[in-house]
Design a binder for this molecule. Sequence first.
Ligand code: 6PG
Length: 240
Amino acid sequence: MPYPADERQTPARSSNTLGVNGELIVVDDVAHAFVEILANAWSTRVRDSFSLALSGGDTARRCYERLAASPACVDWSTVDIYWGDERCVAPDDPDSNERLAHEALLDRISPRSINPMRCADGPTAYAAAIHTAGAIDVVHLGLGPDGHTASLFSDSPALFVKDSDLVALNHDPSGQNPHRRMTLTLAGIASARLALFTVAGTEKRRAMQRVLDGEDVPAGRVAAGRVVWLVDREAAPGGV
Ligand code: 6PG
């Protein structure tokens, strides 16, 4: 059920800043705001089931740990779990996003289905699964210090696929981000009802500023039914 009102934090500052591709909300606690927005998206879902595509990264891990500590906010028996991206490693590899999700959340809940990305199966099979499921309700996204999101890196092949390709294999040509990847493409993210970014920490401030300035970084290209940026005060550029 909806996130208990008495646990709501001080009202978040919201500002629709020119340049950002969506609604930017500056918050004290990104994980708390993530749970609140997810709970609201679930409680206002348009069908009985609800689909959530998970992210990787430390910010995502904190969001999922908070989610696991707030089980009443979502009826997990209605939720289909997908991933926005994955590293092409074994599921029990320390760098696996699937492993991260199990450690932080999935081992403590019982969702309706869990649909991991498997590089060996190729992107077409995953794209077909997503297409069959219909629009993903929420795609959770992070922001890398270099402006990447999911596993969409600047100048990487997955940015240049056909609009009909929802999922692609990819890699980071700069070499900054390890492993071959499987990722939702921009078209795959765009098919979602809500793309929900969580950005925290001073190390993200420059990337956030680049998005606000309209620079061509992958995270700034994201579109969806609705795009919401949850940004903490450390990552929010001055004046936002
Ligand atoms: C991945 C993630 C990636 C992540 C950002 C932010 O597989 O690496 O999907 O897009 O969300 O790099 O990660 P941090 O929150 O750890 O900075």
